[in-house]
Design a protein around this ligand. Structure first.
Ligand SMILES: [Zn+2]
Length: 562
């Protein structure tokens, strides 16, 4: 007699091996059998036609604060996330003394765009050490499983007070920090995170504390992680930097890798039109570290950063002088110019010959997002190249005729990052690259929130663009992060392992539209984003989410590294 049987799904077990039809039986929170079973169960879910996969492991979140008022970690659970790792980018809420609380809040406010009032009200501060933080969390209901990293900024603030944002640490202070990291690792943290990003400041304008660390401090703290023989180091440093800073980042990399001999998650690799070869160089760097024998990894975002605009008020073309001069004309004159064949020829030429850095110039990457007149509805969703082919007109004419027909009110969309598909395919397929840097829990006012990176992967990149098999994509979203972090009993569907599962329809899974809600403590607004086509999120053997609704249970656990 099993607790739960998922009957007749297609099993993607997380290993990347070919999927197959079968049942998954669950007992006592663990996978009891995979294959064909005729045994009875308390509950049987017919999952015929659906994919059954390990739960998504969102390894780069900032849920440190949110879990205290939102134990579901919404909207991540809507997308099949069953475990989250928080404490990334050097930021944690523990260890922390009472007098350091405001400094940590100020860091989250500025770096992670979270409202101060929300953090002031929502964080219960029932802890001093990292272990006490985990213990306090354990007493709360949790929807998802939670793993933590120890944040360098918190450790530094604890050991040095406000001197943490003024100077390098002395020997005694570093010894104190070593002790704090050792305590955290012993309590079950999955590693240490640090941050050298020159763009990261506290709310009061001071650089975040970890940026003041000398190499010796980084070395000694990482050595503690290495000695624990568990977990990893996560290193945030930003992609665009001066040559001097790039050299400094290189020293940090070498130090972290040599001192820990543990996995390192560093570079955030993305394709930007503004620096179209940067990703290649970043991947080369990761591969070189790997050739030297280090477990070096990078991460990437599956979300393309989209720009939406109309020809009424856009600055999207401003890097091309001829476009800019037309776009700065009053509306009536602008429309006249858009009609003029000679102007059109100049505008079209600029699209092929100028070299803007923030804009792709590619007609096939500009999409008609929303038309203003119902009779143009059939153009919605088409890119300008497709539209031009249908109309048998040059793209510039198809583009401007549609806009003029709608009094320049047509909404277009194009991508600023992750828009170059061959580049994206290479980045995503690289064995050293993890998929997902959701920053979930942070940047709450962003209208395209980071939840749902796995859904974007499965819907857009796998189903629509077919850049990777579903098996490989699932492996990258589950088994790979579980293995790198050392979450050894999850991320794979195997008899005996923990029953964290995600059941979805590969044919329909997709993002729902983002929604603005005002559910943060003190009533601040945030954006959430649900999923379509996700049938079940199952955590530790219990159905947490069914068709997008919480079932009322809280089966999540605090995970501890062993
Ligand atoms: Zn982050």
């Amino acid at each position: 007699m099993y607790d739960l049987i998922l009957k007749g799904g297609r099993i993607y077990d997380g290993s990347g091996m070919p999927s197959f039809l079968g049942d998954v039986a669950i007992s006592g929170g663990r996978i009891a059998a995979i294959g064909r079973t005729n045994a009875a169960a308390d509950r049987v879910l017919d999952v015929g036609g659906l994919a059954v996969a390990p739960g998504i492991i969102d390894f780069h979140t900032h849920f440190d604060a949110q879990l205290w008022w939102d134990p579901l970690a919404s909207s991540s659970v809507d997308h099949g996330v069953t475990s989250v790792v928080m404490g990334n980018c050097g930021l944690t809420l523990a260890p922390c003394k009472p007098e350091g609380r405001d400094a940590l809040i100020g860091t989250f406010v500025r770096v992670e765009d979270m409202p101060r009032a929300t953090l002031q009200t929502g964080i219960p501060w029932e802890w001093t050490t990292h272990g006490e933080y985990l213990g306090a969390l354990e007493k709360r209901p949790l929807g998802v499983n939670v793993a933590t990293l120890i944040g360098h900024c918190a450790v530094r603030q604890f050991a040095m007070g406000e001197a943490a944002v003024e100077r390098e640490a002395n020997d005694e202070e570093i010894s104190e920090m070593e002790k704090l990291v050792r305590q955290g690792m012993t309590a079950g943290a999955f590693g240490f995170s640090t941050n050298a990003n020159q763009r990261h400041y506290r709310e009061d304008g001071k650089p975040v504390a970890s940026r003041f660390a000398a190499l010796d401090e980084v070395a000694r703290l990482c050595r503690v992680v290495g000695e624990s023989q568990r977990g990893l180091v996560q290193f945030t440093h930003g992609a665009f930097a001066s040559p001097e800073h790039v050299a400094r980042i290189g020293q940090w990399y070498d130090t972290i890798l040599q001192e820990t001999r543990r996995p390192l998650i560093g570079e955030s690799v993305r394709h930007f039109w503004s620096e179209p070869d940067l990703w290649r160089k970043q991947l080369d760097d990761v591969e070189e570290r790997n050739r030297q024998g280090y477990a070096a990894y990078a991460m990437t975002s599956t979300r393309r950063s989209m720009r939406r605009w109309t020809l009424k008020d856009s600055t999207r073309f401003d890097e091309m002088p001829v476009w800019k001069s037309v776009m700065s004309l009053p509306l009536d004159q602008r429309k006249e110019q858009f009609l003029d064949p000679r102007t059109r020829a100049d505008l079209a030429l600029a699209m092929t010959e100028s070299k803007p850095i923030g804009f792709s110039r590619r007609w096939d990457l500009i999409t008609v997002k929303k038309v203003a007149r119902p009779e143009n509805k059939s153009s919605e969703g088409k890119n300008i190249d497709d539209l031009a082919r249908l109309l048998r007109r040059p793209p510039i004419d198809a583009f401007l005729d549609l806009a003029l027909n709608e009094n320049l009110e047509t909404t277009f969309e194009d991508t600023a990052s992750q828009g170059d598909e061959p580049a994206v395919k290479e980045i995503f397929s690289n064995p050293h690259v993890l998929l997902g840097q959701s920053d979930a829990g942070a940047h709450v006012a962003n209208a395209s929130p980071g939840f749902g990176y796995s859904t974007i992967m499965l819907a857009h990149w796998v189903r629509e663009r077919q850049i990777m098999s579903l098996e490989d994509a699932i492996k990258k979203l589950t088994f790979l992060p579980a293995s790198i972090f050392g979450i050894h009993d999850r991320g794979l569907l195997r008899r005996g392992l923990t029953a964290d599962l995600f059941v979805f329809d590969p044919a329909t899974i997709d993002l729902a539209a983002p929604e603005k809600v005002t559910d943060l403590p003190e009533g601040a607004p945030r954006y959430i984003q649900r999923a379509k086509g996700v049938h079940y999120t199952i955590v530790n053997g219990s159905v947490l989410m069914k068709n997008g609704a919480h079932t009322g249970v809280y089966p999540g656990k605090v995970l501890r590294s062993v």
